[in-house]
Design a protein around this ligand. Sequence first.
Ligand SMILES: Cc1cc2nc3c(=O)[nH]c(=O)nc-3n(C[C@@H](O)[C@H](O)[C@H](O)COP(=O)(O)OP(=O)(O)OC[C@H]3O[C@@H](n4cnc5c(N)ncnc54)[C@H](O)[C@@H]3O)c2cc1C
Length: 405
Amino acid sequence: MITTVIPAADIAFATVAPPSQNADLLAQVHRLGKEVLAPHAAAVDRDARFPKEAFDALREAKLLSAYVPVEYGGLGLDIVQTAKVCEALGHYCGSSAMIYAMHCIQVACVVHHAQQSEYFRNYLRQLVEEQRLMASATTEIGTGGDLLSSICAVTVEGDTFTLTKKAPVISYGEYADDILVTARRSPESPATDQVHVMVRRGEYTAEPLSTWDTMGFRGTCSSGFTLTARGSVDQILPTNFSEILGQTMHPYSHIVWGALWSGIAADAVNRARAFVRVEARKTPGETPLAAVRLAETDQVLQVMRHNVEVSARDYLERLQSNCPSAFNGFGFAIRTNNLKLSCSQQIVDIVGRSLLICGISGYRNDSKFTLARHLRDSYGAALMVNNDRITKLNATMLLAHKEGY
Ligand SMILES: Cc1cc2nc3c(=O)[nH]c(=O)nc-3n(C[C@@H](O)[C@H](O)[C@H](O)COP(=O)(O)OP(=O)(O)OC[C@H]3O[C@@H](n4cnc5c(N)ncnc54)[C@H](O)[C@@H]3O)c2cc1C
C-alpha cells in the first residue's frame, strides 16, 4: 500500500482499484472510444490536429489522473489496469491512445519518484483537480534518442532554476500543461548526470523548431521546440534521472506503448474479421481463404497481447516488492527491451496481414475497412526510441548477462 511520505530512494505505486470497478471503467473507456474518439479519428489524422474532443472527454471522466493514488483523489489504477485503458483507446484512435499513454508515463514518474516532496504531493492533488496534461522532452538535438545523456543543463541561482533545451520532438507540446524535461544537473555536470525537471505552462516559452507532418501518429502534434524555462528548484524531481529511467520510464513506456499498439492491431483484426464475415456470407458452407489468414493473424495478436500482460504483471510485482533493487540487473532491462522490439514488429505484421485479408477495401481511404491509418501509425512504433538503438543495447547487455533469465 502507498504511504504519503516515502524514503528518497524508494518508489511507490498506485493503490489498486478493485477489479469490478476496473471492468466498469473499461466499459466506460470503450464507450468513449466509440462515441468520441472513433468519429474524430480520421479528421485528427488528416489534419494532424490535437484530438481535442477525446481529451475533453478523458478529462471529464477523470482519466488523466487514472494512475494517481486514491489518497490524492486519483483513480488509483495500477500498471496492468492502466495498460488495459491504453489498449482500449488504441482501438479507436492511435494518436489519442499514444498521447494518453505518454501522459501516464509522466504521471508515473511523479507518483513513483517524487512523493517525498511536498511540492509534488501538492502537484498530484492539482493534477487530479485540474486534469492537467503532462508531456515529455527527453530527445534532444545532438543526442537523438539516447535518453541517458543530455547536452542542455539546469542552472540554479538561489531558489530558481533556468533551462534551455533544443527538443526536436515534444508530442502535444502546444497543448500540454506541464512538461518533464531531462537535462544535466548543472552546466559543469557530465552528460550522464541528469535530472528530471517539471516545467509548467506560463513559466516557459516554446520557440518552434520544426513542424509535425509525418506518416503516422499525426494527431500527436509532436513538433520540435526550443524550450526556455524558469521555475522553482522544487520542480526538480528529487531522484536521479537514471533511477527514474530504470525503475519507471523505461519499463512503464514499453508496457503502455505495447498496450496501445495492441489496441491498434486488434482494431485492424476486427476490421479484417468484419470483412471476412461479409465474404463468408457470399459462399455459404465454405471457409474462405481469408478466414484462414484471419485465424493466423488472430494468433499473432494473442501473442502480442499476452506479452504485454505478462510484462505488466512482472513490473507490478516488482513495484509491489517496494524494493528499488528489484529493477537492477540486465535480465529485467533486456526483457523490457524485447517487449518493445517484438510489439513494434508484431503491430506491423498484424496490420499487414489484415490488409491482405481486406484487400483493396483495406487499401482504400474511403472504405469502412480502410487500414491506412493503422498501417501508417504502426510504422512509428519501431522509431520511438529506435529499435536499432535498443537492439544494440541488448547486444551489449547480453555479453555481460550471465543468467538465463
Ligand atoms: C510518434 C512519436 C512521438 C514522439 N514523442 C516524443 C516526445 O514527446 N518527447 C521526446 O522526447 N521524444 C519523442 N519522440 C522521439 C523519440 O521517440 C525518438 O527517440 C527520437 O525521435 C530519436 O529518433 P532519431 O531517429 O532521430 O534518433 P536515434 O534514435 O538516435 O536513431 C537514428 C539512427 O541512429 C541509429 N542508431 C542505433 N543505435 C545507435 C546508437 N547507439 N547511437 C546512435 N545512433 C544509433 C538508428 O539505427 C537510426 O538509424 C517521439 C517519436 C515518435 C515517433
